[in-house]
Design a protein around this ligand. Structure first.
Ligand code: ATP
Ligand code: MG
Length: 578
C-alpha cells in the first residue's frame, strides 16, 4: 500500500537530497548523466499533456517530477501539448491545463509548445522515411490492419501494399495531404517487422486521413500523425534530454528509438516510471469525461473530482499536493496509494495555515436562563495555536446560542461526556453550562431548544476557571452568527478499487450515492462575514473548510469541507511503527 516501498530493487536506496525529499532512480540517473557531462550538461524535460480533459492528481505527479527535476538541476521544463487528436481536443482544456500547472507553482516562461507546431516538420520526417524505404502508404482499412497485425502469440502478415516503390509512396502520401482520399481510406505506416514479438513494431501507423477541425491548425491538415509518431520526434525537436513517461510506454520505446535512429536526429533518453493510482479514485481522463458528460458530477471542477481544478475548489493547497507527490516517491513498479496519505499531506499544511473559527453545522438552540438578556461579552479566541503570529479575535457571547445537535443526547450512552439533561459541558472560550430542561415540539416530539444555566465563575482563562468537566464543545451566538451552506463530501466511489465490480456491471456501479451532503442552515461565527472565495478555515472539531469559488456570494456563503480532522494515515503510521 505504501508507495514508498515500491522500489524495484535496481535503484539506490532512498538517500535524502537537500530539501529532505527521498531520492529516486530518475534523480539518480540525471545526477549521473550530469557528472559524465552527457548532453553537454543540459537537463531538458517537458510535461506533455494531451488537451483532451482536465489535469488530475496523477498528472501532478508527472508535473512535479518534470518541472521539479529541471529546477533542481538548473535545467528547463517545457509545457508541450501533444495535440494530435483533433476530435477529442479543445481550447478549454488547454487553458485549464495552463491554469493548473501555474497553480501547482510551476512556470514555463515562453516555452509553451504544441505538437501541432511541428506538423510540417513531422511531415518532412515522414517524407524522409518514405525515401529511405522505411515507410509506405497502405490501403488496408483499420479493421484489416488489425487483422493483419497478429496477436501476442502469432506473428502478423505483411500488408499487400508494403512493397510499393518510394516514388509511388511519395506520390500517394502527397495526395493524402492534398485531400484526395476519404477519411480512413489510407494510412502511412512504418516498415519495420510484422513478425516482431513487440506488436508496436509491426508496421505501426504513422499518419491517418482525418477531416477534423483542429483547435490550432483548423482545417489546414487532413492527415494527422499518430501519437506514436509525433511524441518522440516532438521531444527530439525540443532537445529534450530526459523524456519521462509512464510505464505503459515502455513497450513503445523500441519504436520511438527506431524512428529517431532512422531519422538520425537528437535522441532523448526515455525513462519510464509508475503511474499514480489512488484508492477510491479513477484517474483516467476518459472516465472523468464520462462522469462530467453524464452528469454524475457537476463539472470537471466538482469538489469530489480528482482533478486539480476539483481539488482546488475543494480547498486543497498546491503545497499539500506537491508535498504528497514528493512523499509517494517515484518507482518502476505500479502501486496504489492510499487516499488517506494525500489527506495527511493536506492536513499537515492546513494545520499550519488555516485560522480556527467556530461553526455549527446542524444547530440546536441553547438558552442560558440565568444569563442577562441583552448582555454581550466579547471573548478572546486564539486564531491558530500552531501559529501565534495569527493572533486572537473576539467572539461574541450572549444568552441565546447554537450548539451542534450531536453534542446533546437526551439519553446519553455510557461514556458520552457532552451535554445531556442535568449534565455539564464547557463551551469553548466561554463558560461551563448545565442543561436544565429540554423543550420539544408538542406535535412531533422533536427537540426544539435546550434550556441551560451557566456558571459565571467558570469563564475560560479567568482565575476561577479551574473547575473541570470532561468535554468542551463549540458554539456560536444565535443573534450574531451568519447563516451559511456547507457541503460535506465523501469519496466519489464506495470501493477502494472502483473497477472492482461483479461480472456484467461496470465501475459506475461503485459510485457513492452519498458522496455529497448539503447542509443549508449552518451558523458561523460572524468574523467570517467577509470571507472570500477560496479562503480556508478550520471549523473547530469539524474539519477544514474552504469558501466555494463558484456558488458562494456575499449574501449566502457556501463552504466546502476540504477534509475532516481525523487523520487515519497518521494513525496507520503510528500503528505500523509500534
Ligand atoms: P489518462 O490515462 O488519464 O487519460 P494520459 O496519460 O492519457 O492520462 P496525458 O495528457 O497524455 O494523459 O498525460 C500527460 C503526462 O502525464 C504524461 O507524461 C503521462 O504519462 C502523465 N500521467 C498521466 N497520468 C498519470 C498518472 N496517473 N501518474 C503519473 N503520471 C501520469
Ligand atoms: Mg496520453
Amino acid at each position: 500500500m505504501l508507495a514508498k516501498s515500491t522500489d524495484d530493487g535496481k535503484q539506490a536506496p532512498a538517500a535524502a537530497v537537500s530539501d529532505g525529499a527521498p531520492s529516486h532512480f530518475i534523480r539518480n540517473i540525471i545526477a549521473e548523466d550530469l557528472k559524465r557531462e552527457k548532453n553537454q550538461g543540459r537537463v531538458q524535460t517537458r510535461f506533455p499533456p494531451e488537451p483532451n480533459g482536465y489535469l488530475h492528481i496523477g498528472h501532478a505527479k508527472s508535473i512535479c517530477l518534470n518541472f521539479g527535476l529541471a529546477a533542481e538541476f538548473g535545467g528547463m521544463c517545457n509545457l508541450r501539448f501533444d495535440d494530435t487528436n483533433p476530435n477529442k481536443e479543445d481550447r478549454e482544456y488547454v487553458e485549464s491545463i495552463k491554469q493548473d500547472v501555474r497553480w501547482l507553482g510551476f512556470g514555463w516562461d515562453d516555452r509553451e509548445y504544441y505538437a501541432s507546431d511541428y506538423f510540417e516538420q513531422l511531415y518532412q520526417f515522414a517524407l524522409k522515411l518514405i525515401k529511405k524505404g522505411k515507410a509506405f502508404v497502405c490501403d488496408l482499412s483499420a479493421d484489416e490492419i488489425r487483422e493483419y497485425r497478429g496477436t501476442l502469440t502469432e506473428p502478423g502478415k505483411n500488408s499487400p501494399f508494403r512493397d510499393r516503390s518510394a516514388d509511388e509512396n511519395l506520390d500517394l502520401f502527397g495526395r493524402m495531404r492534398a485531400g484526395e482520399f476519404a477519411d480512413g481510406s489510407r494510412t502511412l505506416r512504418a516498415k519495420i517487422d510484422m513478425a516482431s514479438p513487440n506488436i508496436n513494431m509491426r508496421d505501426p501507423v504513422m499518419y491517418r486521413v482525418l477531416r477534423a477541425t483542429h483547435h490550432r491548425t483548423a482545417a489546414r491538415w487532413c492527415i494527422y500523425p499518430t501519437y506514436d509518431f509525433a511524441h518522440g520526434q516532438s521531444d527530439s525537436i525540443e532537445g529534450v534530454t530526459h523524456s519521462l513517461c509512464t510505464l505503459e510506454f515502455e513497450d513503445h520505446r523500441p519504436l520511438y528509438d527506431w524512428f529517431l535512429e532512422q531519422l538520425e536526429i537528437h535522441h532523448p533518453q526515455q525513462i519510464e516510471f509508475a503511474r499514480l493510482n489512488l484508492t477510491y479514485t479513477v484517474l483516467s481522463k476518459r472516465k472523468l469525461l464520462q462522469l462530467v458528460q453524464q452528469e454524475y458530477v457537476i463539472d470537471w471542477d466538482d469538489p469530489r473530482m480528482p482533478t486539480l481544478a476539483g481539488f482546488r475548489r475543494r480547498g486543497y493547497t498546491p503545497e499539500a499536493i506537491r508535498n504528497f507527490c514528493e512523499r509517494i516517491g517515484v518507482a518502476k513498479r505500479n502501486s496504489i496509494v492510499d487516499f488517506a496519505m494525500l489527506e495527511h499531506s493536506l492536513r499537515e499544511d492546513l494545520n499550519k495555515r488555516a485560522p480556527r473559527v467556530m461553526a455549527v453545522l446542524r444547530p440546536i438552540k441553547v438558552v442560558l436562563e440565568n444569563y442577562p438578556e441583552g448582555q454581550i461579552e466579547e471573548l478572546e479566541a486564539i486564531n491558530n495555536p500552531e501559529d501565534p503570529s495569527q493572533g486572537t479575535r473576539k467572539v461574541p457571547f450572549a444568552r441565546e446560542l447554537y450548539i451542534e445537535q450531536e453534542d446533546f443526547q437526551e439519553d446519553p450512552p455510557k461514556g458520552f461526556f457532552r451535554l445531556s439533561p442535568g449534565k455539564e459541558v464547557r463551551l469553548r472560550y466561554a463558560y461551563i453550562i448545565k442543561c436544565v430542561e429540554v423543550i420539544k415540539d408538542p406535535l412531533t416530539g422533536a427537540i426544539k431548544e435546550l434550556r441551560c444555566t451557566y456558571d459565571s465563575e467558570t469563564k475560560s482563562g479567568s482565575s476561577q476557571s479551574k473547575r473541570k468537566v470532561k468535554a468542551t464543545i463549540h458554539w456560536v451566538s444565535a443573534r450574531h452568527a451568519i447563516t451559511a451552506e456547507v457541503r460535506l463530501y465523501d469519496h466519489l466511489f464506495t470501493k477502494e478499487d472502483p473497477d472492482d465490480v461483479p461480472a456484467g456491471s461496470d465501475w459506475l456501479a461503485n459510485l457513492n450515492p452519498k458522496s455529497m451532503e448539503r447542509l443549508t442552515d449552518c451558523r458561523i461565527e460572524p468574523c467570517l462575514t467577509n470571507a472570500k472565495p477560496g479562503e480556508r478555515f478550520q471549523f473547530e472539531r469539524l474539519g477544514y473548510f474552504c469558501v466555494d469559488s463558484e456558488d458562494s456570494s456575499a449574501d449566502k456563503l457556501v463552504f466546502n469541507r476540504t477534509v475532516t480532522l481525523r487523520d487515519s494515515w497518521a494513525k496507520m503510521e503510528r500503528a505500523g511503527k509500534k
